[in-house]
Design a binder for this molecule. Structure first.
Ligand code: SAH
Length: 573
């Protein structure tokens, strides 16, 4: 199950302080509060049921500071698979009770104990095995994998009936539990990275202590599987796929890691230097580095891969670095309703947000807990370079633009920097562009379908291109009878360009041509007006306005409610 940070959900302001106290023992947790009833929360929601169900379906551990019954009734329709369900707990409003409800196989009891401890109360644990043995055999810590869960039910009932168990192998979470250990027990728990045959009387846990190292992209999944089989090692013991950072962008490595369901982690050349100087070949050095040099190396016939067995489980998250990721995202023109689900997901997962302050503010609660790197709107090249440098260190950086990131925004700046100021370390980064709804589309939607036929977009800003080019482009587009969307129509420093554009347009278009002035579309203070070309004046627009100028075919309709709709027919006359 993917590890997701918990959400603490409160319905009233009284509970906010308690929620904050709980969050001190839940790193990365988010506080959700009912809008209108709570303040100073991380995320405000309006619909309790939908919010809870969405979080639950995403696998988010949930702590509701409310009656257990509310949580049960809300989530009942989604309860179907006990292996998949995330922890769900109810905490009494006065902090006196902590009740684990669901997610026994995903650590709800441990979570309940942690919360109860900080609240100085008891967790209402009801799982028999858990109470008696102080450990949940069915949900081992994440660094161990139970190979035969189907045998566990009977195994646990035998233990509860008084059988003794012997432990083979090393696992502190088991040896520190209150299981009835006895070296002559009829039952056995084996902890091993080897493939062993399981029986009903023997539970097998595979510790995640194998580091698989790959030093170039010729290594295939088959060859790794073959190596594992020859060495009789269990794939469930693989902690991660490790490689030099220089090949982090090779898709093959990530496909292999995905096939085993483990992370990829990378080492810089300087991290490998000392092992290489001791004569290890690259893959061997990587494998050993993944075990902090404490592992036993298994030699493969090919020198492009190696396996090291660590004496204890490997926490991949703390070793080397992940592949850096740079997502250049468009948040749409304003609110969350026009933001793509992909962009929302990226915002949730990113570690760092880079962008103009106004745009980062628009992201609202999705920016909570992220490192923010605000900058001036004009420092595009410096900002793109900084974002790439940051991603190269293994961070997940989201460069945030409003609208679409490829339309008068950051995506082009990032690729320009990649092209002209290339640094070798940037080759390791996974770069992805996530589109958004651009201002012209959102503006068009508010009035009907003005962009229904051939159209073009022109920025009236002459900061990055000379005015004569803009002039010529407007004339050509007007001549070609394109509908036009004007971005950056006017600013404090650029005051005359809009009037000049209008004069050019009037040479080709009727004064009565419909013009849409759309300001702050999708944001608070949205204002959309339909005027004529003749009425277009500098004081009708500003930097937050996009202007749509109709073609010779664009029509207006007066609606019965007094509003005006604008459309351009698809057929040309
Ligand atoms: N990438 C953005 C455009 C950035 S250029 C996009 O695809 O929408 C900035 C210009 O976009 C502004 O001067 C304005 O003309 C337009 N704009 C951006 N957001 C807007 C909004 N919410 N309402 C109206 N115009 C907007």
């Amino acid at each position: 199950m993917k590890k997701v940070a918990p959400a603490v959900v409160v319905l009233s302001q009284n509970s906010v302080a308690l929620a904050r106290k709980i969050i001190t023992v839940l790193p990365g947790a988010t506080l959700y509060g009912l809008a209108g009833r709570t303040s100073q929360v991380d995320v405000s929601f309006t619909n309790f049921g939908d919010t809870l169900r969405e979080l639950f379906a995403e696998g988010t551990p949930l702590i509701g500071i409310c009656a257990a019954g509310i949580l049960i009734r809300t989530l009942a329709p989604l309860i179907s698979d006990k292996r998949q369900e995330p922890p769900l707990l109810a905490v009494a409003e006065d902090g006196s009770a902590v009740v684990p409800l669901l997610g026994g196989l995903n650590g709800v009891n441990d979570l309940a104990r942690r919360i109860a401890e900080v609240l100085d109360t008891q967790a209402a644990i009801t799982t028999t095995g858990d109470i008696r043995f102080r450990t949940a055999l069915l949900s081992p810590p994440p660094e161990y994998h139970l190979a035969n869960p189907d045998d566990a039910k009977k195994f646990i009932s035998d233990l509860l009936a008084g059988e003794q168990v012997k432990l083979e192998g090393i696992a502190p979470w088991l040896s520190h539990s209150q299981l009835p250990f006895d070296s002559h027990g009829n039952l056995t728990i084996t902890v091993t990275e080897r493939c062993v045959t399981t029986t009903a009387n023997c539970l097998v846990y595979h510790p995640k202590n194998l580091a698989i190292a790959i030093s170039d992209n010729s290594v295939t999944l088959d060859s790794i599987q073959q190596l594992l089989t020859e060495a009789q090692l269990a794939p469930a013991s693989i902690a991660g796929i490790f490689a030099p950072l220089t090949i982090a962008a090779q898709p093959a490595i990530h496909q292999i890691a995905d096939a085993f369901g483990v992370p990829t982690r990378f080492f810089t050349t300087s991290q490998l230097e000392s092992l290489l100087s001791q004569g290890y070949h690259l893959a061997a050095a990587v494998a050993l580095a993944a075990t902090n040099s404490s592992g036993k190396l298994l030699t493969a016939s090919s020198s492009q891969m190696a396996i090291a067995i660590s004496p204890q489980p490997i926490d991949s998250n703390t070793i080397g670095q992940p592949q850096g990721r740079l997502a250049i995202i468009g948040t749409g023109p304003g609110g969350l309703q026009w933001m793509s689900p992909e962009v929302k997901d990226i915002l949730k997962s990113a570690t760092d947000l880079v962008g103009y302050k106004t745009y980062l503010d628009l992201v609202g609660s999705l920016a909570v807990g992220k490192q923010r790197h605000e900058s001036d709107n004009r420092e595009e090249i410096a900002r793109a370079t900084m974002a790439l440098d940051l991603a190269a260190t293994g961070r997940y950086v989201a460069v945030v633009s409003s609208g679409d990131p490829g339309i008068y925004a950051m995506a082009a700046a990032v690729f320009e920097v990649l092209h002209h100021h290339h640094k070798p370390e940037w080759d390791s980064i996974d770069i992805h562009v996530a589109p958004g709804i651009s201002a012209m589309q959102a503006a068009a939607a508010t009035v009907g379908a003005p962009l229904g036929h051939d159209f073009c977009a022109i920025s009236l800003s002459d900061i990055l291109k000379p005015w004569p080019i803009i002039e010529q482009r407007i004339a050509a587009a007007a001549q070609a009878d394109f509908i036009m969307a004007f971005y950056n129509p006017i600013s404090k420093e650029r005051t005359w360009q809009l009037a000049a554009a209008k004069n050019i347009l009037l040479q080709y278009r009727q004064p009565s041509t419909p013009v849409v002035l759309a300001r702050n579309v999708g944001r608070p203070g949205q204002r959309v007006r339909v005027i004529t070309l003749e009425e277009l004046a500098p004081d009708t627009a500003d930097m937050r306005t996009v202007i749509l100028v109709g073609s010779s075919q664009t029509q207006t309709i007066k609606r019965s409610d007094g509003s005006i709709s604008v459309y351009t027919p698809r057929r040309y006359h």
